[in-house]
Design a protein around this ligand. Sequence first.
Ligand SMILES: C[S@@+](CC[C@H](N)C(=O)[O-])C[C@H]1O[C@@H](n2cnc3c(N)ncnc32)[C@H](O)[C@@H]1O
Length: 221
Amino acid sequence: MGLKFFRVFEAGAGINPIGLLKKAISSNKKKTRRVFTAADLVLDIPGTLAKTGLKQPRNFMAVRGCAIQALERKKPMSQNLIFAGMMLQDMAFQEHSAQLGTNKVRKFFAEAKRKLAPNGRLVLIQHLKDKDYFIQLAKEAGFLPYFRELTEQEAKSAESPAIRRVSTHEARVAIIDDLVKRTINPSERFNEIDEMTKSRGLSNHTDLYKPILISLRLPKK
Ligand SMILES: C[S@@+](CC[C@H](N)C(=O)[O-])C[C@H]1O[C@@H](n2cnc3c(N)ncnc32)[C@H](O)[C@@H]1O
């Protein structure tokens, strides 16, 4: 029997998934038998290659389109790690329904569950404010959740611009200020933020945007 590959699927990898591409190149050089798929609605691989001067290696597959459909095309139980960094909130809000996209997120979890290899993990990075929402849906899909906050150092050194954007307290202050300023009714928006902070038991408005890691695994059969 040949050696197995370790398969990584990144959902919502962004327009220029430079980090994932570099990981694939490095794995190729070291012969660590890792295979990467990047899926995103706005993925631009030719642009990424032109910008970085990198060459697309054979162990890197790019899918421009919905991550759910890209996952649907994978073999059952084939992926060792499915990762989504600051993607699920976009998926949730794309669906213009009263349910804030819950159905689409449910579909994503169900498909990830089908495609995870035994002992595989689905790892999400999200804002602290959305933790309970995503953990609840993940539990309903049958996942066992674990979560922790990212350290400032981890967030600062992340490949993902969306994670780096919320890595420090000062950056999160700027996000809140911006949210309040950019609305027709700033005091109403401020009250919403205040309410959200209190309802989540947080002491500071900026904690809403702290980056957290949610690791999901399936129970052993
Ligand atoms: C906030 S950005 C994060 C990008 C990158 N992961 C990062 O951390 O910088 C969210 C990304 O999710 C992508 N996205 C949203 N819904 C998606 C879907 N249904 N399928 C694939 N990608 C999606 C968007 O196109 C966008 O690039």
